[in-house]
Ligand binder design. Structure first.
Ligand SMILES: C[S@@+](CC[C@H](N)C(=O)[O-])C[C@H]1O[C@@H](n2cnc3c(N)ncnc32)[C@H](O)[C@@H]1O
Length: 191
């Protein structure tokens, strides 16, 4: 699988890695790891606690969910399509000393997660084509109060509650935070 430097990844145009017609996945994004200081900042921004279930959609080497488990006592679910990344996740779990009860790693399409409703926190570092495809699921499936944090690429139509610039080891990273709101109640007109 192709690896790009984080700086190049941040400059990729929309649709740079769109699916090809024979791609059985809905959308496939290349691997670029989030630097650990940025991972720590993302989990702090959404105030992860031991009561959280943190999903990383496109989890790479699994450091985000392992950090959520080790540092914050949360449960983690990481999903990635690439078998190489899934192997790396196993190594990361060993390195962090987290168990399969704390962190579950799944190989599969992150746009087809069957139990996304369980998430109380979701973390993303994906390109706009993925975020655009995911957005309808955020609106339909997630429970009010679920916190979302995205690295560099936001959900395209949902205005973030918070946006910050964070200085990483090599460049500045833009982080976006949302809390899913309860649907607005429609009041029936008086008869
Ligand atoms: C930019 S990397 C982010 C990795 C990790 N979340 C991080 O921030 O360090 C994107 C990851 O998503 C995975 N990926 C791409 N498309 C995917 C899809 N449709 N479903 C699941 N994983 C996907 C890639 O294999 C890669 O590991």
């Amino acid at each position: 699988m192709l690896r790009l430097s984080p700086v190049l990844f941040a400059l990729l145009p929309f649709g740079a890695f769109a699916q090809t017609p024979d791609d059985k996945f809905t959308c496939r994004i290349i691997y670029v790891p989030t630097p650990q200081v940025v991972v720590d900042k993302m989990l702090d921004l959404v105030k992860v606690t031991k009561d959280d279930i943190v999903y990383d959609l496109g989890c790479g080497d699994g450091r985000i969910v392992c950090t959520a488990a080790k540092k914050h006592g949360a449960k983690g679910v990481g999903v990635d399509i690439d078998p190489v990344r899934i192997k790396e996740c196993a190594d990361t779990m060993t390195k962090f000393g987290v168990t399969a009860e704390q962190v579950e790693i799944r190989q599969g399409d992150a746009l087809k997660v069957k139990d996304l409703e369980r998430a109380t926190v979701i973390v993303f570092y994906m390109l706009p084509e993925f975020m655009e495809k995911l957005e309808p699921q955020v609106l339909k499936r997630l429970r009010p109060g679920t916190r979302l944090v995205a690295h560099d690429y936001p959900l395209p139509n949902l205005k973030a509650d918070q946006m910050i610039e964070f200085e990483g080891p090599d460049r500045s990273h833009t982080l976006y935070v949302w809390t899913v709101k309860a649907p607005k109640k429609t009041v029936a007109p008086a008869k």
